[in-house]
Design a protein around this ligand. Structure first.
Ligand code: PEP
Length: 258
């Protein structure tokens, strides 16, 4: 049986100033410490807005916290005349180890295509940052029963041109769009169906070794009350958590789902 360390990643979206960010990370760390959380058994990552990354870095370094942190986006470009963009090298300097790419809110609000998502994933990998590549179907696709082919087409597009060695380092988040921020969580069986199909596609595109190495997360209205049944699914290796990650105690409870 492959062993993949579960990953719980909190996507703060466009929330929290730097005081609130440091307070949340501190409270999360204390809550997990009080609960004697074993960070080697479930990895914990927060993804603050760009403007909070330096504050989070300072706190994590000063208190030697075992909490990792990531960005919510990344530029495809290394440097130059790209107003508003943030490069992999800039993020690496801030100690960032993960970058969310292709979140449905960016696909929808910024017209991000699978090719662009793939280019962002490559830029992250090139800088030593692990991309958390988000995929998932909208409600119309789900109602048409097309969630698997739709999501696999996004996987194909994002992984086009990524080597097997790099692919094995990535994380994929299956996030059905209809479940994001709606309170409507996918059933554990729904999550497993698509996460298993994603892993199967990685085996086809690369090898079973790559498919076994990649962590596939579920995202969409994950809470402490529903996380355990989702995590019980064979192909779900963690969660990408939006709203519930803004509450330290709730996110700590999600991390400690076992
Ligand atoms: C997300 O933003 O990736 C997400 C899953 O949000 P929520 O948990 O609030 O549904």
């Amino acid at each position: 049986m492959p062993t993949r360390t579960p990953l719980m990643a909190g996507n703060w979206k466009m929330n929290l100033d730097h005081h609130e960010a440091t307070h949340l990370v501190q409270k999360l760390a204390w809550t997990l410490k009080d609960a004697k959380h074993d960070f080697s058994s479930v990895e914990v990552v927060v993804c603050p807005p760009f403007t909070d990354l330096r504050s989070v870095q300072t706190l994590v370094d000063a208190d030697k916290l075992e909490i990792g942190y990531g960005s919510q986006d990344i530029s495809t470009e290394a440097k130059g005349a790209y107003t508003g963009e943030i490069s992999a090298a800039m993020l690496t300097k801030l100690g960032v180890s993960y970058a969310v790419v292709g979140h449905s809110e960016r696909r929808e609000n910024h017209d991000e295509s699978d090719a662009l998502v793939g280019a962002k994933a490559k830029a992250a990998l090139g800088g030593g940052i692990v991309p958390i590549i988000c995929v998932g179907e909208g409600l119309d696709v789900r109602q048409a029963g097309e969630q698997v082919p739709h999501t696999l087409a996004q996987v194909d597009g994002a992984f086009d041109g990524i080597s097997a060695e790099d692919a094995a380092k990535t994380v994929i988040a299956y996030e059905p769009v209809w479940a994001i921020g709606t309170g409507e969580v996918a059933t554990p069986e729904d999550a497993q169906e698509v996460c298993a199909a994603i892993r199967g596609r990685l085996a086809e595109l690369y090898s079973t070794e790559v498919a076994d190495a990649v962590r596939v997360l579920y995202g969409g209205s994950v809470k402490s009350g529903n996380v355990a049944t989702i995590m019980a699914q064979a192909d779900v290796d963690g969660a990408l958590v939006g709203g519930a990650s803004l509450d330290a105690e709730e996110f700590a409870a999600i991390v400690r789902y076992q």
